[in-house]
Design a protein around this ligand. Structure first.
Ligand code: ADP
Ligand code: MG
Length: 313
């Protein structure tokens, strides 16, 4: 369904040229829940936004290819990108509050998405209610008339999910959808996503810095560190045989109950720094710094070689 080949995103930011993402290869099959895991700044959001071309295009330079259902996302025109976002791929974000209009009833906000997706006028009211029901808000017929300030964070994230479902998307990209929520609510939202994946036959990419989230719902996983994927595979193999030092570190950071656990030790930075000063001019297709080579551990599991990768040409 989705195939990303050799994606590199270079940002011409005010603080310099940032190689936010490089050498990203990712394939997601229909109906799969794929987890994109890594610490803050590792390039997860830039990767996810690239799929919908949501990065600020004025400062982003892309290289590589992204293919969705066989179509090249990189070559789409503005109008085609909007159609893609309305009907095929939806995205939800970390903060459920800022994603909504505080002055509009939540039902109206869902209805607006349905209208944009081309739903016939006479069906919008009933579809709004059934979408709100499908994300577990009841009684939907009453709560659809509430304003965002009348709802909890978890409820608001459910409304965001309902809005994301309005165009009946094939792919839902969820960027840290539970990070801003209380722990108990986090689990409810994860279960909801899993249920929706089944009910709507959706494919989901979920971005998180928390391996616990992966354990809960993901089929396959990519671990990102400093803009590159360092380990990738089916969730079971990755959990049973984590191979990269960074993956092991992230796993050790999952809170466990019981006697005091040792804190994970920090990584020694042996991968490319996205702010590497040696990179002064971004040139698509031309790499100044070697990226780690992926070794195959099994047909469904691969890991980046851990060698010093900074090397001038
Ligand atoms: P993550 O989602 O994993 O926390 P991001 O994908 O947001 O990380 O960021 C990857 C890198 O790109 C970081 O170094 C970040 O600071 C940088 N970055 C992301 N967006 C921007 C932007 N709009 N302007 C400047 N730098 C950015
Ligand atoms: Mg992010």
């Amino acid at each position: 369904m989705l195939e990303i080949n050799n994606l590199a995103v270079t940002l011409n930011a005010s603080r310099g040229i940032i190689r936010a993402v490089r050498n990203v290869n990712l394939a997601v099959k229909p109906g799969e829940i794929h987890g994109l895991v890594g610490e803050s700044g590792s390039g997860k959001s830039v990767t996810a936004r690239s799929i919908l071309r949501l990065n600020d295009e004025a400062v982003s330079l892309y290289d590589g290819s992204i293919s969705f259902e066989g179509n090249d996302v990189m070559s789409l025109k503005r109008k085609e990108i909007l159609a893609l976002r309305r009907h095929k791929i939806s995205m939800i974000f970390q903060d459920p509050v800022t994603s909504l209009d505080p002055l509009q009833r939540v039902g109206n906000q869902v209805a607006e998405k349905l209208r944009l997706a081309g739903t016939p006028k006479n069906e919008i009211q009933s579809k709004t209610q059934s979408l709100i029901e499908s994300v577990g808000i009841s009684p939907a017929a009453e709560r659809m008339y509430q304003y965002p300030f009348q709802m909890s964070g978890g409820m608001l994230q459910r409304i965001n999910i309902a809005m994301a479902l309005a165009g009946n998307p094939k792919l839902l990209v969820a960027d840290e959808p539970t990070t801003a929520l209380d722990v108990t609510v986090q689990m409810q939202i994860l279960r909801l996503l899993k249920k929706l994946q089944k009910d709507f036959g959706m494919t989901i990419i979920i971005i998180t810095h928390n391996f616990g989230v992966v354990a809960e719902i993901c089929d396959t996983v990519s671990v990102m560190y400093k803009g590159v994927i360092v380990e990738q595979g089916d969730a079971e193999s990755l959990f049973e045989h984590p191979s990269h030092t960074y993956t092991k570190g992230l796993m050790a950071a999952i809170p466990k109950s019981g006697p005091e656990q040792e804190l994970p030790s920090p990584m020694n930075g042996n991968l490319v720094d996205p702010l590497d000063s040696k990179i002064s001019i971004p040139v698509p297709g031309l790499d100044y710094v070697r990226t780690p080579v992926m070794k195959s551990l099994s047909p469904t599991h691969s890991c980046a070689e851990e060698i010093s990768t900074v090397e001038e040409q």
